[in-house]
Write a protein of this length. Structure first.
Length: 116
């Protein structure tokens, strides 16, 4: 009987250890880029969050394969980068974000939009 109780206690302890080890999920930086237009002005913004991490990033506006403007930003836990640039009516532009959070490279999906 003592062996059965001991085995049950060992199983419960192992289960408790595994629950504790998964209590803190791996967190990755959250980056939200936005691109909007006001007349022929492209308004660009990105918000990057990663609790307790040093963040360094650059937001860039692209016309096809040509970077037409870029804005750097850095900080800890939260970085907001914004900027604007005059663009041409009828053209499509892409906003890209590159950088690091801690020692991890940021992976941010580019956003595109058409002026007008």
């Amino acid at each position: 009987m003592k062996k059965i109780i001991s085995a049950i206690l060992v199983a419960v302890m192992l289960l408790a250890i595994s629950v504790v080890s998964f209590a803190e999920p791996y967190r990755i930086a959250s980056a939200t880029p936005t691109l909007s237009f006001s007349g022929t002005t492209a308004n660009c913004k990105v918000t990057i969050r990663d609790s307790g991490k040093a963040i360094s990033a650059t937001m860039s506006l692209w016309d096809g394969n040509t970077c037409i403007d870029s804005w750097p930003g850095s900080g800890t836990s939260l970085v907001i980068i914004s900027g604007s640039h005059e663009v041409e009516q009828g053209k499509t532009y892409t906003l890209k974000v590159t950088g690091t959070s801690g020692s991890t490279t940021l992976v941010v999906e580019p956003v595109s939009g058409k002026c007008g």
